[in-house]
Design a binder for this molecule. Sequence first.
Ligand code: SF4
Length: 88
Amino acid sequence: MKESRYGFEEVLEMVVSGLTVQIDRSKCAGFKDCLGIAPGILDLGDDGIVRVIETEGVDREAFLEACSVCPVDVFVVLDEKGRQLIPR
Ligand code: SF4
């Protein structure tokens, strides 16, 4: 997992079952919309901000659906060829 900062944003980047995922932690408000769709993949940390808890062998469709429902676009997801899947 690679961590970097861009201005006031805090963006984590990781690979989840071949998908490159960028999580802008500064946007997450803990609404939990995403958690019910991908239990076992996403969870809230002790800081109340979303985190990925499983990166291998996950249900990609469930993960993409979970990322797509976030009302504040915390997630940017790219496929193996660098095409943006989320936000759509
Ligand atoms: S990532 Fe989005 S949907 Fe998930 S807890 Fe954070 S704000 Fe809510």
